[in-house]
Structures are given as C-alpha cells and as structure tokens.
Design a protein around this ligand. Structure first.
Ligand code: PLP
Length: 385
C-alpha cells in the first residue's frame, strides 16, 4: 500500500483549497481582461477584483477601500515600513521593531538602518512575548513607525497587538502589524486592534502564492514603492494579478465560513501531538508561550538531536515539517527567533516546527507518533553528546 504523506508545514505554506483552484481557473477562462480597460471585458475583470477586495475586507472587518493588493506578505511589509518612513520626509526617522520578526521586516529595517534611519530592535521574553511597556519606553519624538508581528511564524507566540496599538496611538505613532500568520487563522477584527497597517498573505490561508494585501487605515499617509500606473490607489501600481486576487478573495471567503470552527479543531490535533510527544519522548522542551499561541503551531527541541536530521528522517517517511521559517531553510546557523528567546545554539539547532492546518486529520498525529520516537532514539544513540 502506498505510504500516505503527512503535511505538517502549514506555517510555510498551505495546500490551495480546491474551491480556490476552481475560482482561479474560471477567472482565467472567462474574466481574463485588464481591470483598467473601460470596455466590457475589462469591466468584468474589475467587478471580480472588487468582489475579492470585499471578501478580504470582510475577513479583516474593514472597508474594501482600505485594502491594497500586493504580491504577498513580504511586499506588504516593505510597503508599510518604507512607505511610512519615506512619507516622513526626513523629519520622523525612527522605527521600532523586535528581534523575533520575520526577515521581511528585519531585513527591511536593517536596510533602513544602513540608509540613514534610526532603528530600535526590542528583545522579547523567554516565551517570545513582548512587554508593551518596553515599546512605550522605546518611543522617541522622531519615531515614525512601530512594526510588530501579530503571530510569530516559528513559535506561534501571539503578541498583545491591541495593547501595543493603544501605546502607539497614545504616542501618535503609526502602528504596523505583520499579521501573515494570524489573518484567516485566528479570529480578530481590525477595529479592535488600534492598528494603522496590517500585512496579509494568501498562501498561508489556502490561497495561491504571489498575492497578499496591506490594510491601510483610512487617513494613514504612505508613499508608494512602485511607480507607473494608478492601480491600487497609486500605492501599488502595475496591472493587477487578477487570478491571484480572485483566488485570495475566495480563500478569505472560505476562512470566514470556518473562522469559528477551524481553530479549535486544529488546536485539538496540535495539543494531542504535543501531549503525546512529551509523554513518549524524554528531554523534549516546548518553545514559545504555551498560553498565548496560535492553534496550529508546535515548536519543540529534542535534546541531543540535530533538527535537520530529524526533518530528513521524517521526510523519508513522508512526514513534512520544518526546522523554522521556510524562508531561511537551507541557510546555516540556528533560527534567529530561537536564539532571541534565549536558547543555546545547541538547543536551537535541535528544534522542529510542526504546523497544522485545515486538511490535517487525527491519523496524521498517529503517524508522527509511530515514526518520530524511533528517529529520535536512533539519532540520540548516534549522537556524541
Ligand atoms: C510572519 C510572516 N511575515 C511575512 C511572510 C512573507 O509572506 P510571503 O511569503 O507572502 O511573502 C511570512 C511567510 O512565511 C511570514 O510567516
């Protein structure tokens, strides 16, 4: 009998929903016009793009005109940070972020640092959380922007975005959150968060890759990153990725329908795997906050094992997990997130991330538990430490 594979890397990307694939195929066949064309073919494409914008806005609980489509979370993060700083016209030159952010934020902030802006990179506690009072202390008269993620992609740790947003609002500083790992995954309303800018990505929520969005609260001033055209209210010019946008909109609709039921079902699987790992395998520690955590993510360190070796061992058995962020997989060294929460190099390198999604089943946990303890045992026997 062929081995059934188990996909537990949903924080890296998700399998596109069949409904999404169907909606994209349909729009490629029927409504393939340029949304900027004024004839009927273009007008139909425009109707479909605006419908999709409405679906994104409904899931975020904002107005459709506050949604700017981008090529994904990375571009949305870049647009938020560089767009705000450039808008400041040299008067407000300081940006605050944290050490556990995704590279889409950290590398952009480092670029700012190398190009004349001032930056503060806050440290986090050992559970990966950030104290809002630390954010308050870091604010200066020149602070233009605070950018802090909603859910950490490696640990699943959830920051208190509403409270940090309140601090930012009180100080009159623009607040951006990278919500790529929260949007469509945990229920929230942008209205409750005191945020000005929110990054989202389609491929984390069963939509296609290469499309995402930035929420720009009405009245937030932002410079564009692209020039040449007037699409997306001049903020992201260039002909729209119509099939991608339609797929993203459809993915949002499907998430909306499942927003109450999906997180508990996913969490039950994650919690069962965590419990069984801790009961069956010795010397395992769970990384990040267990209380403030996204329902699908489990990050643990297996003392005496190389995370990469565990990953390869599981891969050979058709079980797909990650040692950290997919965007940095293959690069040497330990995860900057695990190091930032204070793990030693050895413990950080002994870590695996399991991330559950909509299509996982209880049998997936059974299969991991059939295979994982044996691999850990074998690696520990071979390990010199
Ligand atoms: C927290 C976070 N931000 C940004 C991104 C980048 O999103 P995209 O792949 O759509 O560019 C990711 C993707 O892993 C992420 O997890």
């Amino acid at each position: 009998m062929p081995m059934k594979s188990v996909y537990l890397d949903n924080a890296a990307t998700t399998q596109p929903a069949p409904e999404v694939v169907a909606s994209m195929t349909e729009v490629l066949e029927t409504h393939w016009g340029n949304p900027s064309s004024i004839h009927e073919v273009g007008r139909w494409a425009r109707v479909r793009v605006e419908e999709a914008r409405q679906h994104v806005a409904t899931l975020l609980d904002c107005r459709p005109e506050e949604i700017v489509f981008t090529s994904g979370g990375t571009e949305a993060d870049n647009l938020a940070i560089l767009g705000v700083l450039e808008q400041g016209q040299g008067k407000k030159t300081h940006v605050i972020t944290a050490a556990t952010e995704h590279h889409a934020i950290l590398d952009t902030v480092h670029w700012c640092q190398n190009n004349g802006f001032d930056t503060t990179i806050l440290s986090v506690a050992s559970d990966g959380r950030l104290d809002p009072s630390e954010v308050k202390k870091a604010i200066q008269p020149e602070t233009a922007l605070i950018s802090l993620m909603f859910v950490n992609n490696e640990l699943g740790t959830i920051h208190d975005i509403a409270e940090i947003g309140r601090v930012a609002r009180e100080a009159g500083v623009v607040f951006h959150t990278d919500a790529v790992q929260a949007f469509g995954i945990i229920p929230f309303s942008v209205a409750d968060l005191n945020v000005d800018l929110v990054s989202m990505s389609s491929h984390k929520i069963y939509g296609p890759k290469g499309v995402g969005a930035l929420y720009v609260k009405k009245g937030t001033r932002l410079n564009p990153r692209t020039h040449g055209g007037s699409q997306e209210r001049n903020l992201r010019t260039g002909t729209e990725n119509v099939p991608g946008i339609i797929g993203f909109g459809n993915a949002c609709q499907l998430c909306m329908e499942r927003l109450e039921s999906a997180p508990p079902a996913i969490q039950a699987l994650r919690d069962r795997l965590e419990k069984e790992i801790l009961e069956t395998i010795a010397d395992v520690s769970v990384n990040g906050s267990r209380m403030h955590r996204s329902p699908g993510i489990l990050n643990c360190s297996f003392k005496g094992c190389e995370g990469e070796a565990l990953l390869v061992g599981l891969d050979m058995q058709g079980i797909y997990v990650s040692t950290g962020s997919a965007c940095t997989a293959g690069s040497t060294g330990a995860s900057h997130v695990l190091r930032a929460i204070g793990l030693s190099l050895e413990v950080a390198q002994a870590s695996l991330r399991f991330s559950f999604g909509r299509y996982n089943q209880p049998e997936d946990v059974d299969r991991v538990m059939e295979v994982l303890p044996k691999i850990v045992h074998r690696l520990r026997r071979m390990s010199p430490v």
